[in-house]
Write a protein that binds this ligand. Structure first.
Ligand SMILES: [Zn+2]
Length: 135
């Protein structure tokens, strides 16, 4: 992953959620101009239909803001209602990554979020977050 760039990047996060621990791998990398890069709807839906393991998304904010934009909120709420489950929205700016747990009722920041690069047996970057969705 580039440290910073003009381009915004996004990934689908696949994995599992056990006892409020979100453990995912980054999948389906895309990049484009800020606010234009979107995850592939087709890739997300086909992954969820086949494996049911989409737990969220990660994208970069070249602006440096570590919180969901109004557009991110609308998009995440649409995905949550589409899948009928809470989803993790990871945002990376520079070296920092924060997670936000969305549900149909809004979102809360994850208590702890960490992004691990590939290596040491990890063929894909790994995103781990701890937190519970609003009920
Ligand atoms: Zn965003």
């Amino acid at each position: 992953m580039k440290k910073s760039s003009f381009f915004e990047e996004s990934w689908i996060v696949v994995g599992e959620v056990i006892d409020d621990v979100w453990h995912g791998r980054l999948f389906s990398h895309r990049q484009g101009k800020p606010a234009e890069v979107d995850v592939s709807w087709r890739a997300v839906l086909s992954r969820e239909e086949r494996f049911g393991d989409v737990i969220g998304f990660l994208h970069t904010h070249p602006s440096g803001l570590l919180r969901p934009s109004a557009r991110d909120e609308r998009t995440m709420e649409a995905w949550c209602s589409c899948f009928g489950k809470p989803l993790l929205c990871g945002i990376t700016a520079g070296k920092e990554t924060e997670g936000f747990i969305f549900s149909a009722d809004g979102f809360v920041p994850a208590k702890k979020t960490a992004l691990f690069p590939t290596g040491r047996g990890r063929p894909r970057p790994t995103l781990i977050a701890f937190g519970m969705a609003l009920k």
